[in-house]
Ligand binder design. Sequence first.
Ligand SMILES: [Ca+2]
Ligand SMILES: [Ca+2]
Length: 317
Amino acid sequence: MFNSDNDFEIWTKGAPGNFIEVIFKIGTQNLVYKFPAENSEWTKYNLAQSVNGNTSLNIPNNISLIDVTINCSNYSSGEVKISGMKLAKSIPFIVLASKVFLQGPFIPASDPPAMTTALNSGGFIQTSQPYSASPWNYAGTEEVSPSFFTNNPSIADWILVELRTSIAPSPSDPRRAAFLKSDGNMVGLDGTSPVNFNGISPGDYYIVIRHRNHLAVMSSITWSLNSSSASVYDFTTDSLKFYGHVLGSIKLESGVWGMIGGDTNGSGFINVLDFIEPDNDRFLSGYRNSDDNMTGFVNVLDFILPDNNRSKGSQLP
Ligand SMILES: [Ca+2]
Ligand SMILES: [Ca+2]
């Protein structure tokens, strides 16, 4: 099985007048296809060359076990051989395009609105996804090459994206590590395309976005996602785009909204504990959650966000 349209091929060999029948038992239905086995040399037949008029194949996404029966049909004489049957099942996928700003790296009065890429230009962003530790415990293996950030200078940082079919979380909700660009657009590991959720079927989903030191957010409505088009869910234009509205977002400037910064320890709540890491890491450079304003350097300025946003909590259910 691989990512392709539903399809199959079969190689046959035989004598004039001979045919073979391939029967797939898929769930409760039997699909029958008939192919010639008339040539003395191996000959490949594909689905469209079925001679009994059945040239379509639909393997539902939830089917992973298929019984295959092969019969000799209209057998006249000699030998019928088959070889190398290939069956392909499509793997569903959807793409996600969204736009969100982080308060920490947001550049006031930038036109158009933008976030700093200081972590990228400083060479600080790690090449593997940074959400494997608690509280995210994300086991994804997303990784980019060491030259990725140099080749994609507009990348601001890694984010963790999750899709929910209902407001409440479920262990089966798919998650992917992805990137935010300075203009707020979310992209996948190639640095340009929408985020691909391989193996996930089209549908309506709540979009959850997490960042290392910002309060997690969720879309206030479900968003229709499919494999072909990527309609952008733009969090930046209104607090109403965020679940919890003004409680779940922060006004960055006139008409621009973003994710609340200063949750240094990623607890989902901003309080005095979020000062500990910036204090311990003071005067250190690097890729650190304590670097709340994402400059690549920890200093007294990183106390500002935990202080201004004290007592705020994520509205994520
Ligand atoms: Ca916290
Ligand atoms: Ca800083």
